[in-house]
Design a protein around this ligand. Structure first.
Ligand code: SF4
Length: 213
């Protein structure tokens, strides 16, 4: 059984897949507590569903792109089986993870979107660094949420140290309402790094409190 907060179809709001129609499976629970977390409603509650029941709901959307997210999806062991089942049925699967759990056992057909937590999140110490070594060019993506200049300097150092911009798509995402977007754009453009500043498209369409659209 999986504990599931919501299953819905919308457009993808982040990553290089932004704007594409996407089915979302949002799983319940997360061991982290990022200061700026925008999905605290996933920390508790949820509905217990079998993997078959989740698959049945996903099929009703007729959408080939599926994101498994949370919460922290990799906190539930059955999530790995769900990802395998989705891949087995031919879906293009994105797995959005906060970077605390190892991605080693995720089905290699799925695409990982991996957070690296910066200092202002309060969860920097819990990054599972070996995940960076598993990023695959042209497939996986790594995301830094930036809340202030210190976060940007931290992200820049990690990107340079691990040569992330040579090995995967790198997403630079402003923490909602916490940082001047023009300043962040200036830092990114002046950096010389091959990274991508992204905005959370769904929040501009439906507002910051959006869920399940
Ligand atoms: S890892 Fe994600 S879901 Fe968990 S607290 Fe941080 S932002 Fe929220």
């Amino acid at each position: 059984m999986l504990r599931v907060t919501e299953i819905f179809k919308s457009i993808q709001g982040e990553s290089t897949h932004s704007g594409r129609p996407c089915a979302f499976v949002r799983l319940t629970g997360c061991p982290m507590r990022c200061v700026w977390c925008d999905s605290e409603y996933t920390f508790s509650g949820g509905q217990h569903l079998t993997i078959d029941a989740v698959m049945d709901q996903v099929r009703t959307f007729g959408c080939n792109l599926v994101e498994v997210t949370g919460g922290e999806p990799l906190a539930q062991r059955e999530t790995f089986t769900l990802i395998e089942r989705l891949c087995e049925e031919g879906y293009e699967v994105l797995v959005e993870t906060g970077g605390y759990f190892s991605t080693e056992s995720v089905d290699p057909r799925a695409k990982i979107i991996l957070d690296v937590k910066c200092p202002a999140s309060g969860e920097e110490a819990r990054n599972h660094w070996p995940n960076l070594g598993r990023l695959r060019q042209g497939k996986d993506e790594v995301k830094f949420v930036i809340a202030n200049h210190e976060d940007w300097l931290y992200a820049r150092q990690v990107i340079e140290q691990h040569q992330l911009d040579k090995r995967s798509a790198v997403l630079i995402s402003p923490a909602w309402n916490q940082i001047d977007l023009k300043s962040l754009a200036d830092w990114v453009s002046a950096s010389g790094l091959d990274v991508r500043m992204q905005l959370q498209l769904h929040k501009y369409v439906w507002g910051p409190e959006v869920r399940g659209v």
